[in-house]
Write a protein of this length. Sequence first.
Length: 72
Amino acid sequence: MANITLAVPDALYKKMRTHPEFKWSEVARQAIEQKIEDVELLDDLKAIAAAEKEYKEGKTTSHKQVLKELGL
C-alpha cells in the first residue's frame, strides 16, 4: 500500500487531536475513495450523454453499441 503525506491547517489538527478515537488516515482514505467513485460516475454519465447525442444526431445507428464500446 502506498503512503501519502497530508497537510492540514493547525486549527483543524487541534480539533482532530481532541478525537483520538478516530483513525484519521482511514477517514481520509474513505473520503478520497468516495471522491474517486463520484468522479468515475460523472465520467460514465458524460459518456452516456455523448453516446445518446451521437445516436440522436444520426452519427451511429445504435446508442447501445456505443455504450458497449465504452464498456458501460
